[in-house]
Design a protein around this ligand. Sequence first.
Ligand code: CTP
Ligand code: CA
Length: 224
Amino acid sequence: EDDILGKLPLRGKKILITAGPTYEAIDPVRFIGNHSSGKMGFEIAKAAANFGAEVILISGPTHEKVNHNLIDVIPVMSAQDMFEAAHKYFNDVDVAILSAAVADFRPKEVASQKIKKTSNTLILELEKTKDILASLGAIKKQQYLVGFALETNNEVENAKDKLKRKNLNLIVLNSLNDKGAGFKSDTNKVTFIDDEETITSFELKSKAEVAKDLLNKIISVIHA
Ligand code: CTP
Ligand code: CA
């Protein structure tokens, strides 16, 4: 035992993290995506590894980079790819934190050739993607499962509803109402709601600090 100072509270734990956007193909050169930077998920991965956890980081397309011997990056493109990767690793982990901004809809059919601009309008039919978080909630055993929620109205009620519906242990509510919080920024303003309905609100902080708050919450539960 070389962690005599107790600085590696997650040593021996395996954590799965999803991060970034997903890209849903329209044709060979186009996709439907979103502005998620992946920063929040990468900061969670770094904080977890610095606490000694073994991290599987499943990431959609992002400019973020990480080089840590405890972090295994699994790059994916679409919601379906992310779903398959998450299910491949989930059985084996102690904690899963799903911070990715997964597309809710994808083109029902992907054109095999580049779509030409021959008509004045183009109608794309979209179908729902699989909800990765809900699918893990439905099969979870020992895993401590954490989701995120992005809400613009009835924030706490909607987040509590997602926590219950998806069978989560904790949900991180992202406040979009505050300047400097959210998708592309380096800061975030969050509220934690756990499965005992304990609500903890935080000030606007760097995403690195939010990541530490989140891991400290998880450590306090799994060490209790
Ligand atoms: N999520 C997921 N798979 C999806 C959609 C969302 O795993 N296909 C996860 C996100 O990573 C996040 C949580 O579900 O942890 C909530 O995402 P959010 O977009 O806030 O909620 P949705 O359930 O997609 O509902 P809506 O967008 O209609 O509010
Ligand atoms: Ca969504």
